[in-house]
Design a binder for this molecule. Structure first.
Ligand code: R5P
Length: 259
């Protein structure tokens, strides 16, 4: 378990830049992730872990890739279906072991009609993961209700996830994010959410989250929907692993972008 956690959270900083490319599991061919291999390959040298489903892993990531994988193992819904919260576990523990993953990730939907099911999914996955030493990442999902993302709600979700045994939690940045981190006894990373207006906005989000205790990012759209995804992930890395300021990271972004 410790070894797998150290593959995700780099021991020298205790932080991670995880690249989220799992969106297709409910969104289909999302913009700029239409051909996953083309999106993923240029970014692989700059991410500490890849958050991906088994289908994209199998089809679009070479088996000799050394980048650790955190496998998205929940799903069963679509963006045009009745309720995004009605997820089940889609991938067996044997498959996760066979794929040699560093972790498994699953969404919980606290406060939804499927709260109970998603929390028991998490507990069951933790039971299996603990047997094999595979840490579970709980994702505090909000479906289409993005306005839910405040500190009171996210603190509740993150704490419940940790109590049920998640070894790490992915949530959203929010005002008073420090209180979310404080109430969660396991590492918290942030998702970026839908693409923000500018790259600077995403760098600010990342910086603020790190300052308030986030242990890194599990970010997707704000990296690969940028016109300059490599420059963007490198700027994010500079904030996460080198404690760069927003200004320094933005300068780095502009200098790489201009290459
Ligand atoms: C959404 O549930 C997906 O699991 C993504 O992994 C997550 O939202 C992070 O990606 P993004 O930074 O694009 O929000």
């Amino acid at each position: 378990m410790k070894n797998r956690m150290a593959r995700i959270f780099k021991p020298d900083t205790g932080r991670t830049v995880m690249l989220a490319v799992d969106h297709g599991y409910f969104l289909g061919p999302t913009r700029k992730l239409e051909e996953p291999r083309k999106t993923i390959e240029p970014l692989l040298p700059y991410c500490d872990a890849l958050f991906v489903t088994r289908g994209v892993l199998r089809s679009s990531v070479d088996a000799d890739t050394a980048t650790p994988v955190v496998l998205r193992v929940s799903g069963g819904t679509s963006v045009i279906g009745k309720d995004l919260a009605n997820e089940g576990v889609t991938t067996s523990i044997e498959e996760a072991v066979r794929l040699n993953v560093a972790g498994m990730g699953l969404s919980i939907f606290v406060g939804s009609d499927y709260e109970h099911e998603s929390l028991l999914n998490l507990a069951g996955l933790v039971n299996e993961g603990e047997d094999y030493g595979i840490p579970v990442l709980a994702v505090t999902a909000v479906g289409k209700e993005l306005e839910k993302r405040d500190a009171r709600y996210l603190s509740l979700c993150c704490r419940i996830a940790a109590e049920l045994g998640a070894r790490m939690v992915k949530t959203y940045y929010c005002e008073d994010f420090a209180s979310v981190v404080k109430g969660c006894p396991v590492p918290v990373v942030i998702a970026g959410g839908p693409k923000l207006n500018t790259e600077l906005d995403a760098l600010e989000l990342t910086y603020d989250a790190i300052q308030q205790g986030a242990r890194g990012v599990d970010m997707g759209r704000n990296i690969w929907q940028s016109d300059f995804p490599v420059a963007m992930i490198r700027a994010i890395r500079a904030i996460v692993h080198e404690n760069k300021t927003v200004k320094e990271a933005y300068e780095l972004f502009n200098s790489i972008k201009g290459d």
